[in-house]
Design a protein around this ligand. Structure first.
Ligand code: P6P
Length: 335
């Protein structure tokens, strides 16, 4: 049940009972993400005004230059969830290993773990292009009352209890699911409140937008090359339009509203693609499927991949169901 202009807080309370685990803990967790998103939004929106952009002089496990805003967002989301005694563990793109929250005292009575990309697309920060936060929430699988282990994080995407993103764009939105559809909330910055602006978001089954970094074309698998040429061919409703922002959250968000497909395939440069399974592909795949879309690695459903490493990468194809299935058909035929 959702009414336009409901606040995010009202929505969480109203829908808590429909959440199969009916736990106030998850509501408090989503509320902590809401608070952190407001603070990150404030900093992102003034990044050009203070000396907070530019490399922090450090690199993360991915070997990417950490932007100061990356570090700021990472610390902020971790603190927001740690201080409220809500989760028992956190994994982040910006942290080499997972963080066990207060495993020495009663806090590890908590039952949720969160995996997060605190500021996705951060290379866009210095050029004033939208960026995002991506989060994925699971119930722990190891016994409550014991410190979390890596097994609590290496769960298949089909075990997620909630997932979502914050997009810091021309407006700031939180879009999330707890397994009962996808809803989008837009921040009114004047009063710092998120309002339900996009109830029951769904991918159109078809679309005319394809999003891929064509600079890597010569390195793509033949099936992807053939699909891109299919998109560009004068036939029927084609050629499609190419739109690539270089920020997964923004490309995904536009494609969900307008219809489209996003691809980050493997290539001779990235043998497993670039995107990380646990805190980018799985949460976006959960949202895609909840919004009548599809997400695969070109052959397999993303949310059925058994993770083996915290920062593992997978090829990622996601968006309008019929477009993803057409791309998968080209991948199969090129084998
Ligand atoms: P490339 C940002 O670093 C990111 O993880 C996604 O948000 C984005 O879609 C992709 O990588 C961009 O990568 O190699 O095209 O610059």
């Amino acid at each position: 049940m959702s009414e336009k202009n409901q606040t995010l807080g009202e929505f969480i309370i109203e829908n808590q009972s429909s959440f199969k685990y009916t736990s106030g803990e998850l509501s408090r967790l989503i509320n902590s993400i809401r608070l952190a998103a407001k603070v990150v939004n404030h900093e992102v929106n003034k990044a050009g005004l203070v000396d907070i952009i530019g490399a922090a002089g450090d690199t993360n496990i991915q070997g990417e230059d950490q932007q100061k805003l990356d570090v700021f967002a990472n610390n902020l989301f971790i603190n927001a969830m740690t201080r409220r005694n809500i989760v028992c563990g956190i994994a982040s793109e910006e942290e080499d290993d997972y963080i066990a929250i207060n495993s020495q005292d009663e806090n590890h009575q908590n039952k949720y773990v969160v995996l997060i990309d605190p500021l996705d697309g951060s290379s866009n920060i210095d050029v004033n292009v939208s960026v995002g936060t991506i989060f994925s929430i699971y119930r722990r699988v190891t016994p409550i009352g014991t410190p979390v282990t890596i097994d609590d994080f290496l769960q298949k995407g089909n075990q997620q209890v909630a997932a979502g993103y914050v997009v810091y764009g021309t407006s700031t939105m939180i879009v999330y699911t707890t397994g009962a559809g996808v809803n989008g909330f837009t921040l009114n910055p004047a009063i710092g409140t998120f309002y339900l602006s996009h109830p029951n978001m769904e991918f159109p089954e078809d679309g005319k937008i394809y999003s891929v970094n064509e600079g890597n074309y010569i390195h793509f698998p033949q099936g992807i090359k053939n699909y891109i040429k299919y998109c560009q061919m004068e036939e029927g409703d084609r050629p499609y339009t190419s739109r690539y922002i270089g920020s997964l959250v923004s490309d995904f968000h536009r494609n969900m509203i307008k219809g489209g497909i996003y691809m980050y395939p493997k290539s001779s440069k990235n043998s497993n693609g670039k995107l990380r399974l646990l805190y980018e592909c799985n949460p976006m795949a959960f949202l895609a499927e909840q919004a009548n879309g599809k997400a695969s690695d070109g052959f397999n459903r993303i949310m059925e991949i058994q993770p083996t490493e915290l920062h593992q990468r997978v090829p990622f194809i996601c968006g309008s169901k019929n477009m993803v299935e057409k791309a998968e058909e080209f991948m199969r035929n090129a084998q």
